[in-house]
Structures are given as C-alpha cells and as structure tokens.
Design a protein around this ligand. Structure first.
Ligand SMILES: [Zn+2]
Length: 304
C-alpha cells in the first residue's frame, strides 16, 4: 500500500465488461445454436445491473462492450449503462469468432452492432472487443474492417499463447496500429512478463479460476514496477452462480462454471485495492485520443 486511499497504486486501470448472456459464450457454440437464443432464459439485464450497482458503490466508471444481439433486445440496458456514466462499446452482434467469418460477414456483424448500440443509447460507440479475443495472426484483416466501419480502438489482441487466441509477440501496452485504410488504437489484454512468457493477469477465467492473489500480484506488479495500467475484464454471467447449467465438455464446463460464487467477492476486493476507470479514459490519460486521425502512425509490428 502506498497510502493513496489505501490503494496499492495511484495508477488508474481500465475496468471493462463484455455484456453477453451465459449462453452466448463460445464454449456453448454448437450446444446452444443461435436459432434457439431467443427461447433461452435471459439473465443478462439483472447481472449487468448488479455490476452497475457494485461499480456505483466504489465510484468506478467502466467500459461496457455490449453484444449487439443483447442491445437489440434490451435497448434500455444500453441506455442505462450510458446514463449511469459508463462508456458504451461494441462486442460485435452475434458473438461469432472472427477467424470463422468471411471479411464481408464480419463487416456486417460489427456495423450492425455499432448501429444497434448507438440507436439504443443515443451515444457514439468508438471501441470494439472481439468474442474470445479472436483477432489472431490469421484474422488481422479485421483491423481494416474496424477502421473502415468507424471504430477508433480495438481491444481484441491478447499477447499470449492460448489454444483459441493470442498473438504472443504483440505489444503488451496500448499502441497505435497504422494500416493502409487508416489507424486505430489497440488496447491489449494485460499480462506480466515472466522469463520468455507473457502471462495473463487481468480478468475472465484467469480471475475466476486462479486464486485472487494471482490477479492482485499481477496488477500490482504492472502498476508498481512497470508503472502501467492494467485492462481488466469480466462478464455479467460471472457473478451469477444461479445460471442454468448447460452441457459442454469437461474443459468448457470447468472454464465457465468454476468459482462463479466467488467472483463478486473477489471483484469487490479488486475495487477496494485498485483504481479503475474506462478504457477511453485510459487512452486519454496516455495521450492517445480515441479519434483515429489523431493517432500517430506506426507500422504494425508483425511480419506475417
Ligand atoms: Zn464474449
């Protein structure tokens, strides 16, 4: 503790929420077909509102990457998020992994999502996060589509090795990406460097499945030693231990259901120990305006 309101560090990290229902998760692709989504019990509004109440308690503003499919059915939820002072961003429309789509289908998806969320809330949407961080070496074309569709930042590249996603050599902190069609800011998932590895430390299954001490150590190390903010993420269904159980394989069930009853308590500990704000505020505080035309050009540091 350094005495800043009892916080580990005065650095303001980014808090983010991927607003989707429990049955949208990629683990359940093939188990819950899209044609049956409307027939499923929806729990996303209640869980998201609970997160809004928790954030209010700690005076935290967050970025909510809302699934277009959710905003279309629950426009008041997107409105409420904006009215309560948070940043609205896009999680795409139909939660399809980018590398499983054609560029044309992906363009339709992110255009529709942006339109639906903006119409619901009456606010501009600048940010995007892909389902399951699915911008990888084989889907970098998605960055061009995002720029052309008016997105100003992307938060879909995790600089790690993982069975489904990740670009291990990608930069570990926010950086501008310059493409032929324009530029945008990339806001990667947070990692700590241990030997030759980048290890994920800030959210999702890593927060819920591993002990809380892992996340606390990782964010403290980023804040205190590297003097950088972390970008944390979670989902509304992660604070809903009562959600219906769906039949996935053992790994999917482990990843989705493990420690659901512990997540809210851990989140409260995190909000007591660290400072958080929106992704847009993080970019502003680092001198990166979210307007694409204000982004300094830099070559994409990949050679694929
Ligand atoms: Zn998602």
């Amino acid at each position: 503790m350094d005495g800043t309101n009892g916080r580990v560090s005065p650095i303001v990290n980014a808090m983010s929420v991927d607003v989707e229902d429990y049955f949208h998760v990629s683990v359940f692709d093939g188990i819950v077909p899209r044609s049956t989504w409307d027939a499923m019990e929806s729990r996303v509004c209640r869980s998201t509102e609970r997160l809004l109440d928790i954030f209010d308690e700690y005076g935290v503003r967050s970025t909510f990457f809302v699934l277009g499919w959710v905003a279309e059915r629950h426009p008041q939820l997107a409105r409420t998020v904006a009215e309560r002072g948070h940043e609205l961003a896009s999680h795409g429309y139909a939660h399809r992994l980018i590398y499983d789509q054609t560029p044309a289908a992906f363009r339709d998806d992110v255009r529709r999502a942006k339109q639906v969320i903006e119409d619901a809330a009456g606010r501009a949407v600048h940010g995007y996060r892909a389902p399951s961080y699915s911008i990888t070496p084989r889907s970098l074309w998605a960055l061009d589509v995002l720029i052309e569709e008016g997105y100003r930042y992307d938060a879909s590249i995790f600089p790690i090795r993982h069975d489904r996603y990740g670009i291990p050599v990608s930069p570990r902190e926010p950086f501008p990406i310059e493409r032929d069609v324009g530029a945008l800011m990339e806001v990667p998932g947070s990692t700590v460097r241990v030997g030759p590895l980048n290890l994920p430390i800030a959210g999702g299954g890593y927060f819920r499945i591993l002990p809380y001490a892992w996340t606390r150590w990782g964010i403290a190390r980023l804040n205190q030693i590297e003097k950088r903010p972390a970008v944390f993420y979670l989902h509304p269904w992660e604070i809903d231990p009562e959600q219906p159980r769906l039949p996935a394989g053992w790994l999917g069930r482990f990843r989705h259901y493990r420690n659901l009853a512990k997540t809210e308590t851990r989140l409260r500990a995190l909000l007591r120990e660290f400072n958080f704000g929106t992704v847009a505020a993080l970019l502003r505080s680092h001198g990166h305006a979210t307007a694409a035309n204000e982004v300094a050009p830099l070559a994409l540091p990949y050679v694929w």
